[in-house]
Design a protein around this ligand. Structure first.
Ligand code: COA
Length: 432
């Protein structure tokens, strides 16, 4: 019985994410080390599920380990320059063989009907093609990198047309030049370039790197850059962070690094509030800044119509001035277009999320959600485990963002005296 309850709760908790991810484009890189491992079939199943939930998928694979194995069999030792393999003419046929082997294996598993699993009978329609144009890396430090290449162009319109028809795109770490040459491309860089070209909603790396358990849940690009410069950062992780920063700077909304060793890691990261990997995003910070005393007039202009309509509780200029340090604002062309206050309780057990407002001309583009994320981020930074909000008309928005309505919550003392009984506001609580 208890188990049933937990399942129902889990499913309800996943509902906002199912809705949010539908029709979004995710670019997912799977390391070849993982392909064929014990947990690989679980991932195939989960990818089929994402496809059935209406998520547009572009799947890429790396081939580094398989290439190593093929070259070792031929007694070929690769030369490296700046940590990049020099794909010379002698090794190229074996590199192509290795890449094709990984691709075929992945393709065959993505084509399975998944018998005896909950996704039994589901079929994925896969499309591959010459979507990636490569070019030579050229001569670096006086060394000709030969068939080691970089991305020149992604045929994003063709890829998008296929995604619109619910096909899943499968790409290998290979590119063809306009002159018909073949280039071995670094898979992480290719995945990032593809995500950028498609303006994907998410770029997801499923990999294992050293000390993955100790990684932060969320990083901004500046935090990533600090880790990139840190000599103690593992090289593989550094490489992922560089590509993540490139993607986020080019307006890919979120990058996720998920440990391939976690069974169901992709689902946990996408459909639970806490996730299980590291998310890299600037959405918390984009355009949001701490308010200062000069913003009081702009905030008042923004919230006044909402106060007049009874949507927000009235705040005097004096009160706003006293609380200004708790406010975050978004400014556009000199006008405050959105604001929120995150006011910690004395006990540091709760913070109130108050005065959340987005100017009506700027609604429905995610600003409300970003302000909420920022408020949560600030509360987490102070080790505050819960936030609450009082609202009369925005209950559903909060519920869709992980809050639950509660009658048991006893308001902090200062709030009890100021609580306006006539408004009969609902109390919404979120564990963060
Ligand atoms: C609530 C509010 C902050 C959301 O801002 P936003 O930037 O539009 O938010 P987002 O873009 O993140 O989310 C928009 C979604 O929320 C929905 N939404 C907006 N107000 C809602 C409400 N009162 N109840 C339920 N859903 C609501 C929108 O319909 C939209 O959903 P859709 O894209 O599926 O159509 C904004 O509508 C607002 O300023 N409202 C008036 C002030 C207010 O109610 N503040 C909260 C009380 S403290």
């Amino acid at each position: 019985m208890n188990n049933n309850k937990a399942q129902v709760q889990w499913f309800r908790g996943a509902a906002p994410y199912i809705k949010a991810h539908r029709k979004k484009t995710f670019v997912i890189l799977i390391s070849d080390e993982f392909i064929g491992s014990d947990q690989f079939m679980g991932l195939i199943h989960d990818l089929a599920l994402l496809n059935h939930l209406g998520i547009k998928l572009v799947i890429l694979h790396g081939s580094r380990n398989r290439i190593d194995q093929h070259l070792a069999k031929q007694d070929i030792t690769s030369e490296f320059n700046r940590n990049i393999r020099i794909s010379d003419a002698e090794s190229l046929p074996y590199i192509i063989q290795a890449i094709n082997e990984v691709k075929t294996y992945l393709e065959s598993h993505l084509s399975m009907g998944l018998p005896n699993t909950p996704m039994s009978g589901s079929e994925i329609s896969l499309v591959s093609g010459n979507f990636v144009t490569g070019m030579p890396l050229g001569v670096i430090d006086g060394i000709d990198m030969q068939h080691s290449g970089k991305v020149r162009d992604i045929k994003h319109e063709a890829v998008n047309a296929m995604l619109e028809q619910n096909h899943v795109i499968l790409l290998s770490n290979i590119g063809y030049s306009k002159t018909g040459e073949i280039f071995n491309l670094p898979a992480e860089e290719l995945a990032s370039e593809v995500a950028q070209a498609l303006q994907a909603d998410k770029l997801i790396f499923i990999q294992h790197t050293e000390n993955q358990d100790d990684r932060a849940d969320t990083l901004s690009t500046s935090e990533c850059s600090a880790l990139v410069s840190d000599p103690d950062t593992d090289n593989d992780y550094r490489n992922l962070l560089i590509q993540a920063v490139n993607a986020v700077n080019a307006r890919v909304k979120r990058v996720h690094i998920i440990d391939q060793k976690i069974d169901g890691g992709l689902l946990l990261e996408l459909f639970t509030r806490d996730g299980c990997g590291t998310m890299i995003t600037n959405l918390f910070y984009e355009g949001i800044r701490a308010a200062n005393i000069d913003d009081v007039g702009g905030i008042l202009r923004l919230i006044q119509p909402l106060e007049e309509n009874g949507i927000l509780v009235e705040r005097s200029r004096e009160q706003l001035e006293l609380e200004i340090d708790y406010f975050q604002v978004i400014e556009k062309d000199g006008m405050i277009i959105a604001c929120v206050a995150c006011i910690p309780d004395k006990s540091n057990q709760f913070a109130e999320l108050a005065c959340l407002a987005v100017h009506e001309n700027y609604r429905k583009s995610g600003l409300g959600e970003q302000l909420l994320q920022m408020a949560e981020h600030l509360a987490t930074g102070k080790n505050i485990p819960q936030i609450y909000s009082l609202t009369t008309r925005t209950t559903h928005w909060f519920i869709e963002h992980g809050f639950v309505e509660t009658k048991d919550f006893s308001l902090p003392e200062h709030k009890q005296t100021s609580y306006n009984q006539q408004r009969r506001s609902k109390i919404l609580l979120k564990q963060i």
